[in-house]
Design a protein around this ligand. Structure first.
Ligand SMILES: O=C(O)COP(=O)(O)O
Ligand SMILES: [Mg+2]
Length: 223
């Protein structure tokens, strides 16, 4: 049924609204290092390129200039310790996510996650939502040498599951997802409700622009 056998999902801004927990961890890190807290809206615009870049963007905003290596390393360690404590707390899945994932599995679709979030944080998040068994493969931003917008993790998933990129759909909220999918030769859905540095995901030119996760069923479960 449908044109796609495998669906690769982004995580932050696609399945879960993780900004509240990311902002908590960023703020604990900033305060620990003697800076003032950042607003949640600012953090929303800094998410997308993994934890190193999130920390770097927060430090640059706090300092008004690029941070040095030593500060970045200390800040990343402080962020990791803080995010470890909150990453799976009070998780909010976007409307329709859990039901739609279950429907896709029932229809025999193969599902994977390719996130830029460091891998160590991901299993606890999936377990907290009862989703540990839904995905055949989960890659974090540090699972391979390259992260999105590189196509490498998306192609790695296809190779590992013996799937054709042309019959794979990528689903994400950021231009990184669209660029990675395009370079991998995959079709891509852009969701409007996530984080794209404050920009409209339609500007990145995904094949479909959806404001509702449940609408994926129209693409994936109809002929
Ligand atoms: O953690 C990030 O920076 C982004 O994560 P995502 O790839 O799941 O959107
Ligand atoms: Mg995302």
């Amino acid at each position: 049924m449908g044109n796609f056998d495998l669906v690769q999902f982004d995580l932050d801004g696609t399945l879960i609204d993780s900004v509240p927990q990311l902002a908590q961890a960023v703020n604990r890190m900033l305060v620990q290092l003697g800076f003032g807290e950042a607003g949640e809206q600012a953090v929303r615009h800094w998410v997308g390129n993994g934890a190193d870049m999130l920390v770097r963007r927060a430090l640059t905003a706090a300092l008004g200039t690029e941070p040095g290596d030593e500060l970045r390393q200390a800040a990343r360690a402080a962020f990791d310790a803080a995010y470890d404590q909150v990453a799976d707390q009070g998780l909010v899945f976007y409307p329709g996510v859990l039901d739609t994932l279950a429907a896709l599995r029932r229809a025999g679709k193969r599902l994977a996650i390719v996130t830029n979030k460091p891998y160590r944080f991901v299993p606890a998040i999936l377990a907290a939502a009862g989703l540990s068994e839904q995905f055949e493969l989960v890659l974090g931003g540090d699972s391979l040498p390259e992260k999105k917008p590189s196509p490498a993790p998306l192609l790695h998933v296809c190779r590992s599951l013996d799937m054709d990129p042309a019959r794979t759909l990528m689903v994400g909220d950021s231009e990184n997802d669209v660029l990675a999918a395009r370079a991998a030769g995959m079709a891509v859905v852009g969701l409007t409700y996530g984080y794209n540095y404050g920009r409209d995901i339609a500007d990145s030119g995904p094949d479909w622009v959806l404001s509702d996760f449940a609408a994926l069923a129209d693409i994936l479960l109809t002929d």
